[in-house]
Write a protein that binds this ligand. Structure first.
Ligand code: ZN
Length: 196
């Protein structure tokens, strides 16, 4: 049963609350679209989802159903219930306008950093110096040499991940506005968010 549903238009963001025990479904509507995902604890927003801690606690980069996602203070924040894709990024920060200047020589580009800040503003969460999201569906490949490449997402149209809240949360999601690389298959498309 769906309680609430939003469609994030291409290149935009969304903020919402998720209560403990509720599950959120993030769907790649057309396929090959990354969704930057951040979460904060409602009663103390200094506690947030932390991909680095999650990698440390799980001893891995690839998550699967049943795995927990952790906060910066090593508390379980979300549980992966279902995952159609199995390939997400834990190492890249949110894209920001300065990144587009440096990598693509484009000024004032839309960005996940800006989208997430806007989405979180209505919940009076202070703007951080940078966002370190879990980048859902992002296909980052670390080669044995240490070289990092970003391939097209493995997600096909309609693929989704279900995440259950282990505490009351404020969540923001950005449909990544990068059309310049394989990150989003060279095209920006929508992301659906449903509270189940
Ligand atoms: Zn982005």
């Amino acid at each position: 049963m769906i309680k609430q549903k939003w469609r994030i238009p291409p290149t935009q963001g969304l903020g919402f609350k998720l209560s403990k025990g509720q599950t959120v479904r993030i769907t790649d509507v057309e396929g090959e679209q990354v969704a930057d995902f951040v979460a904060y604890r409602v009663d103390d927003v200094r506690e947030r989802l932390d991909p680095g801690v999650t990698m440390d606690a799980l001893h891995k980069l690839k998550v699967q159903p049943g795995d927990l996602l952790y906060t910066n203070t090593y508390k379980p924040m979300l549980t992966i219930v279902t995952d159609h894709v199995g390939q997400h990024d834990f190492i890249n920060p949110a894209c920001r306008s300065e990144m587009y200047e440096v990598l693509y020589n484009k000024k004032n580009h839309a960005s996940c950093y800006h989208n997430l800040n806007q989405a979180l503003a209505e919940f009076t969460i202070p703007v951080p110096d940078q966002h370190y999201p879990i980048n859902l569906f992002m296909n980052t490949i670390i080669e044995p040499s240490g070289k990092i490449t970003v391939g097209k997402p493995l997600s096909k149209a309609g693929d989704y991940i279900d995440l259950r809240a282990e505490m009351d949360l404020i969540i923001a999601v950005s449909a990544c506005p990068c059309s310049e690389s394989a990150c989003n298959g060279f095209k920006c498309t929508p992301i659906d968010v449903e509270i189940m």
